[in-house]
Design a protein around this ligand. Structure first.
Ligand code: AKB
Length: 343
């Protein structure tokens, strides 16, 4: 059996945890997990090796690159949108310089190994920027190449890194006399807001939906920081993991794009509250919009057009709104807050 070696950055993050849990159940995969903070049990023992450090540390990346031949890199480490707005220069360093370091590493690995290295990149609906609520409503499900006018440092970083991925895939060192030996096979997904039963995100602006759910499950009152009629796309975490794995597995020749929209459901904040209250009726959720965070969410599309992902690699979310809450999120948070947490 051919064992695949996978480097995963941002391993302690929401997607990282889900991906490690899933990948480590496969017999033919060894995971090298990197995060700024130590990776703790039970995640740690699911990895072949864990490394603690910064993606801006070129020495650390070199030592990992010297020790392993990677088949694929899942570069998940990033500062999310709210945090990036508060620390824009740090965000640029982590989100852009960090990604550049990983792309360079992938190219170096490709040269040494004499084959393409797959680079999986989670981009975001934050790359879009709708200028007004009227235009947002009229735009409906936004296709990949429209409204690319992000208003946040995070959205700008993500959009630029998509372009860096295209450069490393197709135009790297295009003026060299000899064509460069390596090639990075860059594949990106524009994730909607993600909702997990196991973890609560930090630093994002779509965090209101998971916060509504997790506060209610803990019987804590919650003041939602966006208006009741706010509508953006969301996805249940198992579908986000599924999308990454399916895109990784898709034959290159089927892919017509470097980066794909993926959709699942798009409730308003008020609809999220209704569904959550049906499960946790005693809980109090109010709306107390933070006008600055609101304007960021208002600039994100109310839906995404994911027809390219559907036709190129068969994308179809397993969880629609009802199934996500009734079969995954509500039972998941009930279990999570009933039991002492494993991590
Ligand atoms: C954020 O809110 O920053 C992220 C995202 C939409 O990419 N969850």
């Amino acid at each position: 059996m051919q064992i695949k070696t996978i480097l995963l950055t941002g391993a302690n993050g929401e997607i990282g945890r889900g991906l490690i849990t899933h990948l480590s159940d496969l017999a033919d995969v060894r995971i090298i997990a990197l995060d700024l903070h130590a990776i703790e049990e039970p995640l740690r023992s699911r990895c072949y090796r864990t490394a603690t450090g910064d993606i801006l540390d070129a020495g650390l990346l070199e030592s990992l690159s010297a020790a392993y031949d990677f088949d694929s890199i899942y570069h998940l480490a990033a500062l999310l949108s709210t945090k990036s707005e508060r620390q824009p220069t740090l965000a640029h360093r982590v989100n852009v310089d960090g990604t550049l370091n990983l792309l360079e590493m992938a190219m170096g690995q490709s040269r040494l190994q004499g084959r393409e290295i797959k680079f999986l990149y989670p981009s975001s609906i934050a790359v879009y920027g709708l200028p007004s609520l009227e235009i947002k409503a009229a735009a409906g499900a936004v296709p990949e190449d429209s409204h690319l006018k992000p208003r946040t440092m995070y959205g700008i970083n993500k959009l630029y890194c998509e372009e860096l991925g295209r450069y490393y895939s197709s135009y790297y060192r295009q003026l060299d006399a000899q064509p460069p030996k390596g090639r990075v096979d860059f594949r990106g997904l524009r994730f909607p807001g993600l909702i997990s039963a196991a973890t609560v995100p930090t630093g994002g602006t779509s965090d209101f939906a998971p916060e509504i759910l997790h506060h209610a499950a803990q019987k804590e009152p919650y003041a939602c920081f966006v208006r009741e009629d706010t509508r953006i796309p969301f996805m249940a975490m198992p579908d986000a993991i599924k999308a990454l794995l399916e895109l990784e597995a898709a034959p290159r020749e089927n892919l017509t794009r470097q980066v794909y929209n993926i959709g699942a459901f798009n409730p308003s904040a008020g609809e999220v509250v209704s569904i959550v209250h049906a499960a946790f009726p005693a809980v109090e959720t109010s709306f107390s919009p933070d006008l600055r965070r609101q304007s960021i969410v208002d600039s994100w599309p109310q839906d995404v057009d994911d027809r390219a992902a559907r036709s190129d690699w068969g994308w179809k979310a397993s969880y629609d709104l009802n199934r996500a809450f009734s079969e995954y999120l509500i039972p998941g948070v009930v279990r999570r807050y009933r039991q002492p947490r494993a991590s």
